[in-house]
Design a protein around this ligand. Structure first.
Ligand code: CA
Length: 224
C-alpha cells in the first residue's frame, strides 16, 4: 500500500515516514500543498495523511479539491484521507469530515494509534472488519505483519509482504508490474529496474508452484 504524508513539521514527517516504512508501506512525503498536489497527480496513493496547517494553504482545501475531482489523480483508487490536526476543537473535526476526510487524529498521537487507524482505513474496502486476509491456505495478518502458508509461518521481506498483501486483496485478478510499483514502492524506486519482477520471483519461490501466475504482457495473478 502506498501512502502520502503531507506534513510541514520535518521531524514529525520523517518520524511518520520511517515508522510507516518499517511497517511495510511505501511512503512519500510532501511538505506543503503544492508538493502534495504534484505528488497526487503523478502517483497513485491508497491513503493520505494530511496535516491541516501547511505553509502555503490548508488541508481542508486540499481534501475538498480532491473530493470534488479538481485534482487529476492517476488510476481509480479510492484514496483514503486521514487528517492530522493540532486542534482538538469539534469544529475542525466536523469540518474535516464534512470536507471528505475519512478519519482524523489529534496531535500529539502515538505511532501505534496512527498505525491502527491506517490499517482500519486501508482494509475498509478489502475484507470488512478483519485485519487478516485469507486466500485459500494463505493467510496474511496486516496488524501483526505476519503471513502463513498452510499454517506454517512465511519469512517475507517488507516488499514481498507488500506485494503479497496487494495480490491478496485482488485474488484471481491480473495485477500489472506498474500497479505493483505504484502501490508497493515509493517515489525513489527506479521504474526501469527489474525490482518488481525480482520481488515477485522470490515471493513465488517462497509460496511454491502455481500460486502466482505470470500473465504474459499483462502482469501477475494470485490463484483464488
Ligand atoms: Ca503543520
Amino acid at each position: 500500500m502506498r501512502l502520502l504524508v503531507v506534513e510541514d513539521e520535518e521531524d514529525l514527517a520523517e518520524g511518520l515516514r520511517v515508522g510507516l516504512a518499517r511497517t511495510g508501506y511505501a511512503v512519500d512525503v510532501a511538505g506543503d500543498t503544492a508538493q502534495a498536489y504534484e505528488r497526487l497527480t503523478v502517483n497513485e496513493y491508497d491513503l493520505m495523511l494530511l496535516d491541516i496547517n501547511l505553509p502555503d494553504g490548508d488541508g481542508f482545501t486540499l481534501c475538498r479539491a480532491l473530493r470534488n475531482g479538481e485534482v487529476d489523480t492517476p488510476g481509480d483508487t479510492d484514496l483514503r484521507v486521514l487528517m492530522l490536526t493540532a486542534r482538538s476543537g469539534l469544529d475542525d473535526r466536523v469540518r474535516g469530515l464534512d470536507g471528505g476526510a475519512d478519519d482524523y487524529l489529534v496531535k500529539p498521537f502515538h505511532l501505534a494509534e496512527l498505525l491502527a487507524r491506517v490499517r482500519a482505513l486501508l482494509r475498509r474496502d478489502i475484507s470488512g472488519s478483519t485485519a487478516v486476509l485469507t486466500v485459500g491456505d494463505l493467510t496474511l495478518d496486516t496488524a501483526r505483519h505476519t503471513a502463513a502458508l498452510a499454517g506454517e509461518p512465511l519469512a517475507l521481506t517488507p516488499k514481498e509482504f507488500g506485494v503479497l498483501e496487494y495480490l491478496m486483496t485482488r485474488p484471481g485478478h491480473v495485477v500489472s508490474s506498474e500497479e505493483l510499483l505504484e502501490h508497493v514502492w515509493d517515489a525513489n524506486a527506479d521504474p526501469f529496474t527489474q525490482t518488481v519482477r525480482v520481488t515477485v520471483g522470490t515471493l513465488r519461490r517462497k509460496l511454491g508452484d502455481g500460486r502466482i501466475e505470470t500473465v504474459v504482457g499483462r502482469g501477475y495473478r494470485l490463484s483464488a
